[in-house]
Write a protein that binds this ligand. Structure first.
Ligand SMILES: Nc1ncnc2c1ncn2[C@@H]1O[C@H](COP(=O)(O)OP(=O)(O)OP(=O)(O)O)[C@@H](O)[C@H]1O
Length: 318
Protein backbone atom coordinates (compact mmCIF):
# COMPACT_ATOMS: atom_id res chain seq x y z
CA UNK A 1 0.00 0.00 0.00
CA UNK A 2 1.29 3.45 -0.90
CA UNK A 3 -0.23 5.23 2.12
CA UNK A 4 -1.51 3.26 5.09
CA UNK A 5 -2.66 5.21 8.13
CA UNK A 6 -3.48 3.04 11.14
CA UNK A 7 -4.96 4.06 14.48
CA UNK A 8 -3.86 7.67 14.05
CA UNK A 9 -4.75 9.73 17.11
CA UNK A 10 -3.54 13.31 17.40
CA UNK A 11 -4.01 15.44 20.49
CA UNK A 12 -3.42 19.17 20.75
CA UNK A 13 -2.15 20.82 23.95
CA UNK A 14 -4.03 19.71 27.06
CA UNK A 15 -4.89 16.34 25.49
CA UNK A 16 -7.68 17.77 23.31
CA UNK A 17 -8.23 15.22 20.51
CA UNK A 18 -7.97 16.51 16.92
CA UNK A 19 -8.03 13.01 15.36
CA UNK A 20 -9.21 9.75 16.93
CA UNK A 21 -8.13 6.32 15.74
CA UNK A 22 -8.14 7.23 12.03
CA UNK A 23 -7.55 4.39 9.53
CA UNK A 24 -7.10 5.33 5.88
CA UNK A 25 -5.26 3.98 2.86
CA UNK A 26 -4.37 5.06 -0.66
CA UNK A 27 -3.10 2.58 -3.26
CA UNK A 28 -0.92 3.47 -6.23
CA UNK A 29 -3.08 4.80 -9.04
CA UNK A 30 -6.02 5.48 -6.71
CA UNK A 31 -7.80 8.79 -6.04
CA UNK A 32 -9.13 8.84 -2.51
CA UNK A 33 -11.44 11.58 -1.24
CA UNK A 34 -11.25 12.90 2.31
CA UNK A 35 -14.44 14.84 3.01
CA UNK A 36 -15.62 16.75 6.05
CA UNK A 37 -16.75 20.10 7.38
CA UNK A 38 -14.32 22.79 8.42
CA UNK A 39 -12.43 21.72 11.56
CA UNK A 40 -13.10 17.99 11.10
CA UNK A 41 -9.36 17.26 10.85
CA UNK A 42 -8.79 16.84 7.08
CA UNK A 43 -5.69 19.04 6.85
CA UNK A 44 -4.28 17.53 10.03
CA UNK A 45 -4.31 14.10 8.35
CA UNK A 46 -2.50 15.52 5.29
CA UNK A 47 0.04 17.29 7.50
CA UNK A 48 0.62 14.07 9.48
CA UNK A 49 1.64 12.34 6.23
CA UNK A 50 4.51 14.85 5.96
CA UNK A 51 5.01 15.02 9.75
CA UNK A 52 4.22 18.72 9.64
CA UNK A 53 2.27 18.73 12.87
CA UNK A 54 1.86 21.66 15.24
CA UNK A 55 4.50 21.86 18.00
CA UNK A 56 1.95 21.21 20.71
CA UNK A 57 0.48 18.13 19.02
CA UNK A 58 1.15 14.55 20.12
CA UNK A 59 0.58 11.74 17.60
CA UNK A 60 0.01 8.02 18.18
CA UNK A 61 -0.52 5.25 15.64
CA UNK A 62 1.19 4.68 12.31
CA UNK A 63 1.48 6.68 9.08
CA UNK A 64 3.12 4.29 6.63
CA UNK A 65 4.32 5.61 3.27
CA UNK A 66 5.52 2.71 1.13
CA UNK A 67 5.89 0.75 4.37
CA UNK A 68 7.99 3.27 6.33
CA UNK A 69 6.44 4.96 9.37
CA UNK A 70 6.58 8.74 8.96
CA UNK A 71 5.94 9.33 12.66
CA UNK A 72 9.13 7.55 13.74
CA UNK A 73 11.50 7.88 10.74
CA UNK A 74 14.86 9.66 11.18
CA UNK A 75 15.63 13.13 9.83
CA UNK A 76 17.32 11.88 6.64
CA UNK A 77 14.38 9.62 5.72
CA UNK A 78 11.95 12.46 6.47
CA UNK A 79 13.89 14.84 4.18
CA UNK A 80 13.79 12.29 1.39
CA UNK A 81 10.04 11.66 1.93
CA UNK A 82 9.28 15.39 1.70
CA UNK A 83 11.66 15.99 -1.21
CA UNK A 84 10.66 13.13 -3.45
CA UNK A 85 7.98 10.70 -2.27
CA UNK A 86 5.05 12.92 -1.27
CA UNK A 87 3.98 16.30 -2.67
CA UNK A 88 1.34 18.62 -1.25
CA UNK A 89 -0.80 21.09 -3.22
CA UNK A 90 -2.54 23.73 -1.11
CA UNK A 91 -5.69 25.77 -1.73
CA UNK A 92 -4.01 29.10 -2.38
CA UNK A 93 -1.14 28.84 -4.89
CA UNK A 94 0.06 32.31 -3.86
CA UNK A 95 0.92 30.93 -0.41
CA UNK A 96 3.44 28.54 -2.05
CA UNK A 97 5.12 31.18 -4.24
CA UNK A 98 7.41 34.04 -3.28
CA UNK A 99 5.89 37.19 -4.87
CA UNK A 100 9.31 38.72 -5.63
CA UNK A 101 10.83 35.64 -7.30
CA UNK A 102 10.24 34.66 -10.92
CA UNK A 103 8.26 31.49 -11.77
CA UNK A 104 11.43 29.98 -13.28
CA UNK A 105 13.37 30.51 -10.03
CA UNK A 106 10.55 28.93 -8.03
CA UNK A 107 10.59 25.85 -10.26
CA UNK A 108 14.35 25.40 -10.56
CA UNK A 109 15.65 26.34 -7.09
CA UNK A 110 14.06 23.39 -5.31
CA UNK A 111 15.34 21.00 -7.99
CA UNK A 112 18.88 22.34 -7.53
CA UNK A 113 18.79 22.33 -3.72
CA UNK A 114 16.86 19.22 -2.82
CA UNK A 115 17.27 17.02 -5.91
CA UNK A 116 20.87 17.93 -6.73
CA UNK A 117 20.21 18.94 -10.36
CA UNK A 118 22.45 21.40 -12.16
CA UNK A 119 20.88 24.78 -13.04
CA UNK A 120 20.82 23.80 -16.71
CA UNK A 121 19.13 20.44 -16.06
CA UNK A 122 16.64 22.09 -13.73
CA UNK A 123 15.72 24.67 -16.37
CA UNK A 124 15.13 22.01 -19.05
CA UNK A 125 13.03 20.00 -16.62
CA UNK A 126 11.04 23.11 -15.55
CA UNK A 127 10.15 23.83 -19.18
CA UNK A 128 9.05 20.20 -19.65
CA UNK A 129 6.93 20.36 -16.51
CA UNK A 130 5.24 23.62 -17.55
CA UNK A 131 4.37 22.00 -20.89
CA UNK A 132 3.10 18.89 -19.07
CA UNK A 133 0.63 20.98 -17.06
CA UNK A 134 -0.64 22.64 -20.24
CA UNK A 135 1.06 26.05 -19.93
CA UNK A 136 1.49 27.77 -23.24
CA UNK A 137 4.65 29.85 -23.83
CA UNK A 138 6.64 28.17 -21.05
CA UNK A 139 9.77 30.28 -21.80
CA UNK A 140 7.79 33.45 -21.13
CA UNK A 141 6.18 32.03 -17.96
CA UNK A 142 9.62 31.23 -16.56
CA UNK A 143 10.48 34.94 -16.69
CA UNK A 144 7.23 36.17 -15.15
CA UNK A 145 6.38 37.00 -11.54
CA UNK A 146 3.41 35.45 -9.67
CA UNK A 147 1.30 38.64 -9.92
CA UNK A 148 1.44 38.38 -13.74
CA UNK A 149 -0.38 35.01 -13.74
CA UNK A 150 -4.03 34.15 -12.97
CA UNK A 151 -4.97 31.91 -10.03
CA UNK A 152 -5.55 28.95 -12.34
CA UNK A 153 -2.16 29.40 -14.05
CA UNK A 154 -0.42 29.70 -10.69
CA UNK A 155 -2.05 26.49 -9.51
CA UNK A 156 -0.65 24.82 -12.64
CA UNK A 157 2.81 26.13 -11.73
CA UNK A 158 2.40 24.66 -8.24
CA UNK A 159 1.30 21.33 -9.74
CA UNK A 160 4.36 21.41 -12.05
CA UNK A 161 6.59 22.01 -9.01
CA UNK A 162 4.91 19.14 -7.15
CA UNK A 163 5.72 16.79 -10.03
CA UNK A 164 9.38 17.81 -10.27
CA UNK A 165 10.62 14.98 -8.07
CA UNK A 166 8.22 12.41 -9.52
CA UNK A 167 6.43 11.73 -6.23
CA UNK A 168 4.32 8.60 -5.75
CA UNK A 169 1.68 10.36 -3.64
CA UNK A 170 -0.06 13.71 -4.14
CA UNK A 171 -1.90 15.40 -1.28
CA UNK A 172 -4.35 17.90 -2.75
CA UNK A 173 -5.77 20.01 0.11
CA UNK A 174 -8.77 21.94 -1.28
CA UNK A 175 -6.49 22.42 -4.31
CA UNK A 176 -9.24 23.83 -6.52
CA UNK A 177 -11.56 25.45 -3.94
CA UNK A 178 -10.24 28.98 -4.45
CA UNK A 179 -10.64 28.88 -8.24
CA UNK A 180 -13.64 30.00 -10.29
CA UNK A 181 -15.89 27.22 -11.59
CA UNK A 182 -14.43 26.91 -15.12
CA UNK A 183 -10.83 27.06 -13.94
CA UNK A 184 -11.70 24.59 -11.21
CA UNK A 185 -13.02 22.11 -13.79
CA UNK A 186 -9.89 22.53 -15.96
CA UNK A 187 -7.56 22.07 -12.99
CA UNK A 188 -9.46 19.01 -11.76
CA UNK A 189 -9.28 17.44 -15.21
CA UNK A 190 -5.55 18.21 -15.43
CA UNK A 191 -4.85 16.66 -12.02
CA UNK A 192 -6.82 13.53 -12.93
CA UNK A 193 -4.97 13.18 -16.25
CA UNK A 194 -1.57 13.59 -14.60
CA UNK A 195 -2.53 11.17 -11.82
CA UNK A 196 -3.70 8.50 -14.28
CA UNK A 197 -0.76 8.89 -16.65
CA UNK A 198 1.82 8.63 -13.86
CA UNK A 199 -0.19 6.15 -11.76
CA UNK A 200 0.02 8.41 -8.74
CA UNK A 201 -1.91 7.89 -5.55
CA UNK A 202 -3.88 11.01 -4.64
CA UNK A 203 -5.52 12.05 -1.39
CA UNK A 204 -8.10 14.60 -2.51
CA UNK A 205 -9.26 16.76 0.39
CA UNK A 206 -12.51 18.69 0.03
CA UNK A 207 -15.54 19.84 2.00
CA UNK A 208 -17.70 19.09 -1.08
CA UNK A 209 -19.10 15.55 -0.99
CA UNK A 210 -20.74 15.87 -4.42
CA UNK A 211 -17.41 16.86 -5.97
CA UNK A 212 -15.61 14.00 -4.21
CA UNK A 213 -18.26 11.51 -5.32
CA UNK A 214 -17.82 12.56 -8.95
CA UNK A 215 -14.03 12.74 -8.82
CA UNK A 216 -12.71 10.02 -6.52
CA UNK A 217 -12.52 6.24 -6.55
CA UNK A 218 -13.11 5.87 -2.80
CA UNK A 219 -14.17 8.31 -0.10
CA UNK A 220 -13.57 8.73 3.64
CA UNK A 221 -16.10 10.91 5.45
CA UNK A 222 -14.61 12.56 8.51
CA UNK A 223 -16.63 13.99 11.41
CA UNK A 224 -15.05 15.56 14.50
CA UNK A 225 -11.72 13.82 13.88
CA UNK A 226 -13.26 10.38 13.29
CA UNK A 227 -13.89 8.45 10.06
CA UNK A 228 -17.64 7.80 10.10
CA UNK A 229 -17.91 6.10 6.70
CA UNK A 230 -15.47 4.90 4.04
CA UNK A 231 -16.69 3.31 0.80
CA UNK A 232 -16.29 3.36 -2.98
CA UNK A 233 -17.49 6.76 -4.20
CA UNK A 234 -20.38 5.44 -6.28
CA UNK A 235 -21.80 3.26 -3.48
CA UNK A 236 -21.46 6.02 -0.91
CA UNK A 237 -23.24 8.51 -3.13
CA UNK A 238 -26.05 6.17 -4.20
CA UNK A 239 -26.63 4.57 -0.81
CA UNK A 240 -25.05 6.49 2.10
CA UNK A 241 -25.09 4.36 5.25
CA UNK A 242 -24.06 6.82 7.98
CA UNK A 243 -26.68 9.45 8.92
CA UNK A 244 -24.00 12.17 8.67
CA UNK A 245 -23.11 11.19 5.09
CA UNK A 246 -26.80 11.15 4.19
CA UNK A 247 -27.20 14.55 5.87
CA UNK A 248 -24.28 16.03 3.91
CA UNK A 249 -25.78 14.84 0.63
CA UNK A 250 -29.25 16.15 1.52
CA UNK A 251 -28.02 19.61 2.55
CA UNK A 252 -26.14 20.25 -0.72
CA UNK A 253 -28.50 19.14 -3.49
CA UNK A 254 -27.36 19.18 -7.08
CA UNK A 255 -28.77 21.57 -9.65
CA UNK A 256 -32.20 20.44 -10.79
CA UNK A 257 -32.80 18.26 -7.73
CA UNK A 258 -36.44 19.02 -6.79
CA UNK A 259 -36.08 17.87 -3.16
CA UNK A 260 -35.95 20.64 -0.54
CA UNK A 261 -32.59 21.45 1.08
CA UNK A 262 -32.42 19.83 4.50
CA UNK A 263 -29.65 21.41 6.59
CA UNK A 264 -28.09 19.27 9.32
CA UNK A 265 -29.27 20.84 12.59
CA UNK A 266 -26.70 22.03 15.16
CA UNK A 267 -22.96 22.44 14.78
CA UNK A 268 -19.99 20.06 14.87
CA UNK A 269 -18.51 19.67 18.38
CA UNK A 270 -15.50 21.80 19.30
CA UNK A 271 -12.26 20.28 20.60
CA UNK A 272 -13.26 21.25 24.13
CA UNK A 273 -16.52 19.27 24.08
CA UNK A 274 -16.09 16.00 25.96
CA UNK A 275 -18.49 13.17 25.12
CA UNK A 276 -18.53 9.42 25.56
CA UNK A 277 -20.92 8.47 22.78
CA UNK A 278 -21.11 9.01 19.03
CA UNK A 279 -19.82 12.51 18.16
CA UNK A 280 -22.70 12.94 15.71
CA UNK A 281 -25.43 11.91 18.24
CA UNK A 282 -26.37 15.48 19.30
CA UNK A 283 -27.27 16.29 15.65
CA UNK A 284 -28.70 12.92 14.65
CA UNK A 285 -32.50 12.61 14.43
CA UNK A 286 -32.25 8.86 14.92
CA UNK A 287 -29.89 8.78 17.92
CA UNK A 288 -30.85 6.42 20.73
CA UNK A 289 -29.45 5.67 24.19
CA UNK A 290 -26.47 3.64 22.89
CA UNK A 291 -25.47 6.59 20.68
CA UNK A 292 -25.29 8.89 23.70
CA UNK A 293 -23.34 6.39 25.81
CA UNK A 294 -20.84 4.49 23.65
CA UNK A 295 -18.62 5.39 20.72
CA UNK A 296 -19.61 3.27 17.72
CA UNK A 297 -16.90 1.11 16.16
CA UNK A 298 -16.59 0.77 12.38
CA UNK A 299 -18.63 -2.15 11.03
CA UNK A 300 -18.61 -3.63 7.53
CA UNK A 301 -21.16 -2.22 5.10
CA UNK A 302 -21.35 -2.76 1.32
CA UNK A 303 -17.84 -2.09 -0.01
CA UNK A 304 -16.41 -0.50 3.16
CA UNK A 305 -17.14 0.47 6.75
CA UNK A 306 -19.39 2.83 8.71
CA UNK A 307 -19.32 3.66 12.42
CA UNK A 308 -22.93 3.91 13.59
CA UNK A 309 -24.85 2.06 16.33
CA UNK A 310 -27.94 1.92 14.16
CA UNK A 311 -26.05 -0.17 11.59
CA UNK A 312 -24.52 -2.31 14.35
CA UNK A 313 -28.05 -2.98 15.60
CA UNK A 314 -29.13 -3.99 12.12
CA UNK A 315 -31.46 -1.02 11.55
CA UNK A 316 -31.25 0.82 8.23
CA UNK A 317 -29.16 3.86 9.08
CA UNK A 318 -30.99 6.39 7.00
N1 LIG B 1 -1.97 23.55 16.88
C1 LIG B 1 -3.23 23.35 17.18
N2 LIG B 1 -3.64 23.50 18.45
C2 LIG B 1 -4.93 23.31 18.77
N3 LIG B 1 -5.87 22.97 17.90
C3 LIG B 1 -5.53 22.81 16.62
C4 LIG B 1 -4.19 22.98 16.19
N4 LIG B 1 -4.16 22.76 14.84
C5 LIG B 1 -5.43 22.44 14.46
N5 LIG B 1 -6.24 22.47 15.52
C6 LIG B 1 -7.68 22.16 15.54
O1 LIG B 1 -7.85 20.88 14.99
C7 LIG B 1 -9.09 20.78 14.33
C8 LIG B 1 -8.89 20.22 12.92
O2 LIG B 1 -8.23 21.20 12.11
P1 LIG B 1 -7.96 20.95 10.55
O3 LIG B 1 -7.30 22.17 10.02
O4 LIG B 1 -7.27 19.65 10.38
O5 LIG B 1 -9.46 20.82 10.00
P2 LIG B 1 -9.97 20.85 8.48
O6 LIG B 1 -11.01 19.78 8.41
O7 LIG B 1 -8.82 20.74 7.54
O8 LIG B 1 -10.64 22.26 8.40
P3 LIG B 1 -10.64 23.35 7.18
O9 LIG B 1 -11.49 22.72 6.12
O10 LIG B 1 -11.26 24.54 7.81
O11 LIG B 1 -9.21 23.52 6.78
C9 LIG B 1 -9.70 22.18 14.35
O12 LIG B 1 -10.64 22.23 15.41
C10 LIG B 1 -8.50 23.06 14.65
O13 LIG B 1 -8.92 24.23 15.33
Amino acid sequence: MLLDVKGLTIEAGGGRPILRDVALSVARGEVVGLVGESGSGKSTIARAVLRLLPQNAAARGEVLVEGADVLTMDAAALRSLRASQVAMIYQDPRSSLNPVRRIGDFLTERMVHTLGRTRKEARVRALELLAAVGMREPELRMRQYPHELSGGMLQRVVIAAALAAEPALLLADEATSALDVTTQADTLALLRAIQAERELGMLFITHDLHLAAAYCDRIYVLYAGTVVESRPAEALFADPRHPYTAGLLACTPELGDPRPIRPIPGRPPSLDDAFDGCPFAPRCAMAGTACEERRPVPVAVAGGVAACHLIEEGAPAC
